[in-house]
Design a binder for this molecule. Structure first.
Ligand code: TLP
Length: 353
């Protein structure tokens, strides 16, 4: 009998739940470019309500949401201050330069968590010689820093001080509901001071497609135009929005399970030969392992795990990422650990065979 795959590559791999599929089949639809899709309209209104914002916009992906926000907030030639591991800088295909014509000014921060002190020294005012700062961007949770979470007073202070300096602040909140669960705070508390917020329906919340951008009415009207420029006017998108509505109502309350599973994995991986991880730092659903002590690169390790039905991606040669989500239960985690033990515990001869 073949065993089911344990897919720890990302929480993007979640498939729609039966409730989502039912809602999709029954969705009322219309043409969303004419603003006539009732299900999209409901999703946008509900997202705005949950985040206590004037308006929200359904976009096909987190990348489009972030890039539309950058385009609306900035002018060409300006700089965007973000953490060195930010998704907008590393994983959005250079789009801030290609589309908005802006430069990233990156700052390395411990655990991916910027502070106002780190940002302040990078802010460039109007000058005859230098490009000017147009935007500050934070990511919560910070994906490439291992799902770390901004303490509320730190992100609040950044927003307050950036605003005093005349700068807008955008939040890449792809996993903001995970941050909310980790801090036991509402997403409103975590996001109220940001000028705009992007969050994903298609990650831990489990919807098949889509992200939301939330902000003021004026901001969202501009972002709607940018979405259209990017080819993101989706017509009868109610079939997707229907799954998003289910995700928004049902999924946040179960993210705690993903966090417990991530900590469960981290604690046991930490005991394996050649693997380094600090379980105490695993506070949401993402874990990074340092694997060089195993004698394998993360890419080789990844191949060996895959051959036994466990999927996890190498990020750098020394680092591997695992992400827990709705489609991986505790038994799946146990199976992943068992396979990992078999691979890293194998004698060197077999390892390099
Ligand atoms: N992240 C993906 C990959 O692109 C790395 C993943 O598997 O984690 N912001 C953050 C913080 C993200 O992690 C992602 C996706 C996005 C934005 C973009 O979302 P999509 O994939 O919907 O464009």
């Amino acid at each position: 009998m073949t065993r089911p795959i344990v897919d720890l590559r990302s929480d993007t791999v979640t498939r729609p739940t039966p409730a989502m599929r039912r809602a999709m089949a029954e969705a009322e639809v219309g043409d969303d470019v004419y603003r006539e899709d009732p299900t999209v309209n409901r999703l946008e209104a509900r997202a705005a309500e949950i985040f206590e914002r004037e308006a929200a916009l359904f976009v096909p992906s987190g990348t489009m949401g972030n890039q539309a926000a950058i385009k609306v907030h900035t002018d060409p030639g300006q700089e965007v201050i973000c953490e060195q591991r930010a998704h907008i800088f590393n994983h959005e295909m250079g789009m801030m330069a290609a589309f908005a014509g802006v430069l990233p000014r990156t700052v390395l921060a411990e655990d991916g968590i910027l502070t106002w002190d780190l940002i302040a020294s990078q802010v460039r005012a109007r000058s005859d010689h230098r490009s000017r700062t147009g935007l500050v961007e934070l990511e919560n949770t910070s994906n490439l820093a291992g799902g770390s979470v901004y303490p509320l007073q730190v992100s609040d202070e950044i927003c307050d001080r950036a605003h005093e300096a005349g700068l807008p602040v955008h939040l890449d909140g792809a996993r903001i509901f995970n941050a909310g669960v980790a801090l036991d705070r509402s997403v409103v508390d975590l996001t109220r001071k940001f000028d705009s917020v992007m969050f994903c329906l298609s990650k831990g919340l489990g919807a098949p497609v889509g992200s939301m951008l939330a902000g003021s009415k004026a901001f969202i009207e501009e972002a709607r135009l940018v979405r259209k420029m990017l080819g993101g006017g989706m017509r009868q998108a109610g079939v997707l929005a229907a799954a998003g509505l289910v995700a928004l109502e049902e999924s946040p309350k179960r993210l705690r399970v993903d966090h417990e599973n991530a900590r469960f994995l981290a604690e046991r991986l930490a005991e394996m030969p050649g693997i380094k991880i600090e379980p105490g730092k695993v506070v949401t659903n993402i874990l990074f392992l340092e694997v060089s002590g195993t004698g394998l690169t993360s890419f080789e390790l990844s191949k060996r795990l895959a051959s036994q039905g466990v999927l996890a991606n190498g990020v750098t040669a020394a680092n591997m990422r695992m992400v827990t989500h709705y489609d991986v239960d505790r038994a799946g985690c146990e199976r992943a650990l068992q396979v990992m033990r078999g691979v890293v515990g194998a004698p060197q001869k077999a390892v390099f065979a």
